[in-house]
Design a protein around this ligand. Sequence first.
Ligand SMILES: O=C(O)C1=C[C@@H](OP(=O)(O)O)[C@@H](O)[C@H](O)C1
Ligand SMILES: C=C(OP(=O)(O)O)C(=O)O
Length: 444
Amino acid sequence: MTGAAQPDLVLDPSTRAHGSLNLPGSKSISNRVLLLAALSVGSTDIHGLLDSDDTRVMLQALSGLGIGVGRRKNGVVTVTSPGRFRILQANLFLGNAGTAFRPLTAALAFAGGDYQLSGVPRMHERPIGDLVDALRGLGADIDYLGERGFPPLRIKPAMAEGDSVEVNGSVSSQFLTALLLAGPMLALQTGQDLRITVVGTLISKPYIDITTNLMAKFGVQVQRQTDATGRLVFVIPKDIRYQSPGTIHVEADASSASYFMALGLIGQGPITIRGVGADSIQGDMAFAKTIEQMGGRLEMAPDAVTVSGVSVANGARLKAFDEDFNLIPDAAMTAAVLAIYADGPCTLRNIGSWRVKETDRIHAMATELAKLGARVDSGEDWLTVYPIESGRWRAASIHTYDDHRIAMCFSLAAFGPVPVSIQDPGCVAKTFPDYFSVYSQVVS
Ligand SMILES: O=C(O)C1=C[C@@H](OP(=O)(O)O)[C@@H](O)[C@H](O)C1
Ligand SMILES: C=C(OP(=O)(O)O)C(=O)O
């Protein structure tokens, strides 16, 4: 996505992390707000929108669909829309942005146009079959242009029919998010309330709360119910259109905050992270509990968090954990690297979704942590990381698999006694282009 790979970034052993920083906007909120603004009539001023690969592909796609997008000098992005997509034929390139690909697939399925959606090669290995099945069940005409169940896709004009649909929630919560976001368009076409029933165990649940929270800000209240067999049901009322709130603020990214919370924990701190705090709507703020359990001290303000901790470079050890990380799969990667400084083996459970993200993250994490000298055991949906004993550390060159989170969380390994090289550090541009410059402001 980011063009030519940059040279490796060598991080020399560090001992201290402290200071304060402003974090860029949330990827999950940014891409939802962009789509919601595009589906609302009128103009929406978006403050704090993330500027990264994932939001750029969403913005380009919306422009390609006839939505007005303007960026002012103060960084405010204005989306102006007639409430629908005026351009009825387009080829959209969506990089490796799940938050663009999945929601746009649903929003375009009944937009009346002929569209092709593609991404980087890895996006074409990330599943989308459960979403396509659900949309087909509602009358969508969608073809796979490559392998069945995966992008790229061709979407042809279709009218929505029916008032209920089932969607599998066990592979990615983004399929349910996509149906929810497109739901009001569908209910308007059919003239009936839309009932979305989740089958399979819903993973990454807090992301659904982000979706319904933001839909409410755009005037659509989703009802949440449980059916007779205990399945989750979401009901979208008919005859309600999205209404722009006029202005909306995007809070900072809680997954990005996890790296700096971790730095405060291992580099003594205090580190103050501004832009996200107790008032956050992002599930990844729950990572603060992991930081506390591992020995960190936290002060939470409504939109900031301060973390202090210990000095692992001087021999302090973090408390080991054995946790289910299904609710926070992205921040969980940060915990996997922190485990190398723990006082015992650390187990991350219920993280099977890692296998189908930017790379197979269980494989990547196991391989790269082992290069540093850690023993790692793994299974289909779990990982156990054994702390690296002193004398066992090895200088390592970390392969990043074009995965922004591998690059960012391995920067935490620089608090060991050996240099760590991060290959292709520019891959952080997916969600946090300035990560390493912000990192160097607080690490010494
Ligand atoms: O809806 C979202 O904004 C996201 C949901 C999660 O994906 P899964 O639901 O596939 O776990 C998360 O990992 C991803 O980074 C963002
Ligand atoms: C899984 C991720 O991204 P995506 O939104 O592309 O699914 C991620 O950012 O960790």
